[in-house]
Ligand binder design. Structure first.
Ligand code: SAM
Length: 264
């Protein structure tokens, strides 16, 4: 099985603070309650699984196909009592009608057959239970660093790093703009009471200056390792990061959609 590989380091950096403005919305939307059995599929390093475990005293399981991220997830999730197991979303090794909530964050956008994955997620969900997915709309990314020529150059180079990641996922059949398509996908899969919320994951320099830089540099480093960006561009980016004055108005925002549906 071929899939886009993510390092635990990248996942932890990019998920840091991702939900901080939206936790009440998330918890309320997912109808979380103590005692529930919850599965987070494609859990990666477990950043989202830990958010669920922090709210619910129940049985929380994270599943992923990749051994390396699972190893990191077990270490990072030790204090939360989460169980992390290796499963392929297309063949989840759980009985029918088992979980109160089956959820994923940035998984369906990585897959060649999201509708098939969704069917398998629905199979292991209890009748009247919920399936919920958080997925991006990359076509709507808003990026503004500033009008100074060196900042415009930096924004351009950073975009190229992101385009490389997107092309890699596309080549594997993924769709990083799947977010707004999910309500239809959910409805067609037989889910009912389908509901959706959209929000912007905002990196605003005035607020997240340090974190934002770490996030961008991490992504850029990986882009060079994967051959999406040349070493010369990488060095230019480092130079621009070092020499540019921080712009307190800089913003980068990614639209995300969270969709849920109830099993009949
Ligand atoms: C973009 S990461 C998201 C990780 C995590 N949900 C988060 O938001 O931090 C996608 C994850 O899906 C996993 N994955 C890809 N294909 C999979 C499959 N067929 N079954 C289970 N997990 C899969 C990858 O290993 C990776 O950890």
């Amino acid at each position: 099985m071929r899939y886009a590989k993510f390092s635990a380091e990248e996942l932890e950096v990019t998920r840091h603070g991702m939900w901080q403005d939206y936790l009440p919305l998330l918890y309320d939307f997912l109808e979380l309650k103590d005692g529930q059995k919850i599965l987070d599929v494609g859990c990666g390093s477990g950043a989202y699984t830990r958010l669920l475990a922090a709210r619910v005293k129940g049985q929380i399981i994270g599943a992923d196909i990749d051994d390396e991220v699972l190893k990191a997830a077990r270490k990072l999730g030790k204090a939360y009592g989460i169980q992390f197991v290796k499963h392929d979303v297309y063949a989840l090794g759980f009985p029918d009608d088992y979980f109160d909530l089956v959820t994923c964050q940035m998984l369906l956008s990585n897959l060649e057959k999201p509708a098939r994955a969704l069917r398998e997620m629905i199979r292991v969900t209890k009748s009247r239970g919920l399936v919920a997915a958080i997925e991006p709309y990359n076509s709507g990314v808003i990026s503004y660093l500033g009008e100074e020529p060196e900042l415009a150059e930096l924004a351009n180079l950073l975009h190229r790093a992101m385009d490389g990641r997107e092309a890699d996922i596309k080549a594997l059949g993924g769709d990083l703009s799947i977010g707004p398509k999910l309500p239809t996908l959910f409805y067609r899969a037989g889910l009912r009471d389908v509901d959706v919320r959209g929000y912007l994951m905002v990196n605003f320099a005035g607020r997240f200056g340090q974190k934002r830089t770490a996030y961008e540099l991490n992504r850029v480093k990986e882009s060079v390792e994967r051959g999406w960006l040349s070493q010369a561009s990488y060095e230019r980016i480092l130079e621009l990061f070092r020499s540019s004055k921080p712009n307190p108005g800089a913003i980068q925002a990614l639209p995300l959609f969270i969709t849920k549906g109830r099993k009949a």
